[in-house]
Each structure stands twice: as structure tokens, then as C-alpha cells.
Design a binder for this molecule. Sequence first.
Ligand code: GLN
Length: 421
Amino acid sequence: AMASAESIQKQIGQDSVLPLAGCAIAVKDNVHVHGWGLTCGSKILEGYRALFDAGAVKFLRDAGAVFIGRTNMDEFGMGSSTEHSAYGRTLHPIDPSLVAGGSSGGSAVAVATGAAHAALGSDTGGSVRQPAAFNGLVGLKPTYGSVSRYGLAAFASSFDQIGVIARCVEDAEAVFDVVAQPDDRDATCTGHQPPDFIRPLEKTRIAVAAECFSPSVQPEVAAAVQRAAAVLSKIRRVEKLSLPYMRLSTAVNYTIANAEAATNLARYDGMRYGNAAANHSTYAEMLTANRSSGFGREVRRRILLGTSILLDADGRGLLAKARETRLSITRQFESFFKEYDLLLTPTTPTTAFPAGQKKHDPVEMYLSDLFTTPANVTGYPAINVPFGKDEGGRPIGVQLMAQPHHEQLLFQAARLLEKSV
Ligand code: GLN
């Protein structure tokens, strides 16, 4: 899709082509695009206009991309189905009774329906990879710090990362190459730092996580992982091994993310940010009125949970435990990646589920992030690759995870899987 934009540019007689000349990019509603509204899927930001471009948006603009529109999302990125948006839910293109995935559900649907060549999303616990999986698209969560968070409305700053949704690996790579640049407006942003050495694909050591074959994983998804392992085993034997800490990632992610979100969302008080309700005599009254009516149910739930997690007087409570566990998980992955180069898992335990099924069962909803949260907890990069469909014709995605800044390896292996289907 992207190559055609390039050939058009050539036909009209320009020799030097901008890498993304004419590419239509859709942008999640939490990433600033100069002059556009920005709601984060929330009523509290209705009418807010972005006064500047986010870092990633600026790099795309400089590369010739064209921004075609905003995409719907779970409010402040909190959700796995795009049912928690103040502006209505996003429908799945193949069956409107299904969810599109979330929280970047709108971005995925914009690409799946052909409205955009590619889209930006944000991934705090899986929000780029999960909707990509549900829609048969490629979704990349880059290494933490490789893409600027300047102009991304913060949800949980130690996990948030802007990612790319595209129809094929090549397109995702083209967009990643443009957005993964250093940006001194985000102190954690280094841009892409290609490692000195990447093991050639035929020598790549690959493992599949034994946890993928647990009963909570839809059998067709587990079977797709087996088939993906078989494809990859043509380059080298794929080992099966267990990473016992992996299953703690979702609890750790939600504990720390809620605490960070409670802090980050404190700015929406109707004075600094957010719409102010009129006629209140005290700040406290105004704050209560604005936040109670401006935030949706799931966001209020997270703020309450996060606030109680932060009320950790002796520093030995849940937050401290979650941080310690985060370190243990990261150590386990570090030692895993001393022996292996790639980890293969499902992206999601199931394919797209019916709307309404998990909306009122937050824990069930959170568990859709079982396999995606490890990459956010560790900061490592991971990619969703579409890999077949289930009996109902719903796309299945498999996930590859690698060491920091080994995106090139992810793309190579993902292409191999892509070619085989
Ligand atoms: N589904 C997760 C949540 O609800 C992750 C969201 C995300 O990555 N933004 O928090």
C-alpha cells in the first residue's frame, strides 16, 4: 500500500521521495495533532484543541505523511474492547456484534477497513497489539523509550509507548523507522538504538512459552501458535519452556498503571485541564462535580484503585510488592534472552469477543492482556502478526517478543510468518 504512494510520487517527477509521501495515517485520540481536537475518548476533554504536534506526529509530517482523522479509543486507554469510550463503542468490521479490541480499537478498524494505510495507537498493556490481533493486522509495541511520548496524553508513564498498526510488516516497519527518533522533549526517549549485533535469522534461537497452552487459551489460538512454531522451526528448532513469572505481569501492570494513572489524571480538575462545571463556590466542590461527571465508570474505578494503592504509608504495601515483582519479571526475561532471541506466544487468549460480554466484568476484561503485559512491564518490544482465523472467521494473532531495540529481528521473523499464510 505504501509502495504505491512512492511510485505515484515518482510518476509526477520528483526524484527524492519522502519516505511516507502521501501515506494516509489515522491517529488515536490521545496523540496531539496540531489544530485537531483531542478527547482521549473522554467527556472531560470535549472541545479541547491540540496546540502542537506530538513528537511522533511531527516526524511523520516531516516524512510526508497525511493525517486523515482521529480514531476512537477506550477512555484514557483504559480498556480492551473500545466499549469504554464516551463517544460510543467501535464495531468490529467483520461482525458489528463483536468488539474491535482496545484500547486502540478505532485505529485498528481504520486500517482494517482500508480508510488508512497505517495508524498510531498507544500501548500501555497491549492496546496496540490486541486490537491488531482482533482485526488481522500487524501491531508493533516498540521498545520503551524508542518513540517519543511528547504529546501523548499520559495514562501510565512507565509503560506508555506509541505503537504502529498496519496491514503488513513492511508498512509497520516503514512507519516505525520514521517515528523512532530521539526527541529531547521526552527525557526517556532515545529513538531507535540499533544493537551492534543481531543474530542472523537462521541462527535465531526461538522459544515458545509453555503458558500458551493453558486451558484459558482458546484451542484455535493455541493451535495457531503451534503452527507458527512449526514455520519458525524451519529456520531453527523451537524450544518450549516455561516462564513462571510471566503470568504475574498482568497483576503488576494493573497495580502500577492504576497508581500512575491516578497521579497523571489529577490534572483534569477543570482548571488546569478539563471542562469546568459552573456555579461552584469552592475548589473541592468544583473538582468533585467536574470529575464525577467528566470521567466514565472505568476511569473512576482506576482512579479509586490507584489512589488506594498510593496510600501506602509504610512503603511496604501493594505498590512496593508490585515494583519488586516487576524487577523479578524483568530479571527472568533478561536471563531468558541470554539464551534465546525470540519468544513466541499468542497475542490474546481468545479472538474478538462479543460486545457486552466483559464490559461489566473488569477482571475478565483485564485478563485479555495476559500475554501482552510482559512487554510493557519489561519495556521490551513485541509485535502481533496475523496468523489465520478461527472457525467463526475471526482473525488470530501470534506475538513475538525480543530484547530492547531488536525490532529488526521482530520484523524479519514476522515477515517469515506473514509469508507462510
Ligand atoms: N487493556 C489494558 C487496560 O485496560 C491496557 C490498555 C493500554 O494498553 N492502553 O489498561
